[in-house]
Design a protein around this ligand. Structure first.
Ligand SMILES: [Mn+2]
Length: 348
């Protein structure tokens, strides 16, 4: 990660100083990094006396509820359930901090409200290709494990913290460790020297990593592991090009009683097969298939997502969508589409 421009840190610090009402927001279907960096930011801002609120576009998974308890609970608005309150909050904020996404379109129904809002808009994110013109200040860095790590490095620079992780509020430290741990899949990918340095400093500051691991990896519903078995047994296909894919349809979601977050990490599993270069996981949602793509070094999940799946993200981990019925009408068509476009993608 490059060192920050001193002036950007000073500008951020000045904005925080001047603002009274600050709203933090993250992407739709928030994952551990979005929730971790979001709650970390809000708990830090609250500790310096700000009226800080975290707006989620939609529901967060139950395995991450532990970050949203106590004082934090009063500082959360889920827009999907309280659209008016969420929009009113965004409109009346002096400052809006967007975490773990690169463009307002990733905030779902909040897109317009965020675009129109008058407050100072700050981006802190690690995805490729941020919409810089939408923000007055951008901290965009792809050479980092997670938004949580990027936020950690920014907080370390602020007066009052001065490179001492022990000065972070304990909830902030725990949330940062959680975000980094989930985005690296527990140190399996995107780990930089700075990532381990952060983990070390946070452990030293007293973060209980055993507790975090227990919450995020041992807190799933039984239905998740049953579904995993079903998908791997019945639905996994591996093409001659080395593309593994699984498609989870609405009927199966209903049958297994699957909740938001229950399929987290499924897309990574087929990468353990020797000849698999890329893994694609599709999950049916109201009017679309949500797409997750992971690849091994040498194959770009990002380019494939951008060109064929209306998305993007990171070089080896990306997401996107296939609209129903415009892109594909059903599971059969989705499977045919994946086989056709990945064959083109990997053979030119
Ligand atoms: Mn992230």
């Amino acid at each position: 990660m490059e060192a920050f421009d001193r002036r950007d840190i000073e500008t951020l610090y000045r904005h925080i100083g001047e603002a009274e009402t600050i709203t933090v927001t993250v992407h739709t279907h928030p994952d551990g990094d979005a929730i971790g960096s979001g709650t970390a930011m809000v708990s830090y801002l609250a500790s310096v006396g700000k009226d800080a609120v975290l707006v989620f576009p939609d529901a967060y998974p139950s395995t991450l509820e532990f970050l949203v308890t106590g004082d934090m609970e009063k500082r959360i608005i889920v827009a999907e359930n309280s659209k008016e309150a969420a929009e009113k909050r965004i409109r009346s904020s002096d400052m809006i901090i967007c975490l773990d996404f690169n463009s307002f379109s990733r905030a779902g129904d909040l897109e317009e409200c965020l675009a129109d809002a008058q407050g100072e808009k700050i981006l802190i994110d690690h995805h490729i290709g941020p919409d810089r013109e939408c923000f007055s200040l951008c901290f965009s860095e792809t050479e980092t494990s997670s938004t949580a790590e990027l936020l950690y490095s920014i907080l370390m620079e602020l007066p009052g913290i001065c490179h001492d992780a022990g000065k972070l509020p304990p909830e902030t430290a725990t949330a940062l460790m959680t975000g980094m741990t989930t985005d690296t899949n527990n140190f399996a990918n995107s780990v930089f020297p700075s990532t381990l340095a952060m983990a070390s400093a946070l452990l030293d500051a007293g973060v209980d990593r055993d507790l975090i691991l227990d919450r995020i990896f041992n807190g799933y519903n039984e239905s998740r592991i049953r579904l995993m078995g079903y998908l791997l047994d019945r639905c996994l296909r591996i093409t001659d090009d080395g593309v593994a894919y699984m498609i989870l349809g609405r009927k199966t979601i209903m049958k297994f009683g699957i909740q938001e977050g229950d399929t987290e990490g499924f897309v990574n599993i087929p990468l353990s097969v020797r000849n698999v270069r890329m893994s694609i996981f599709l999950k049916q949602d109201k009017d679309r298939f949500r797409v997750s793509i992971r690849s091994k070094k040498g194959t770009s999940a990002n380019l494939c997502a951008k060109e064929f799946f209306n998305g993007g993200g990171h070089e080896l981990a990306s997401g996107g969508k296939l609209m129903i019925p415009d892109d594909v009408r059903n599971i059969t068509e989705a499977a045919a589409y994946i086989e056709r476009v990945t064959h083109i993608f990997l053979n030119r």
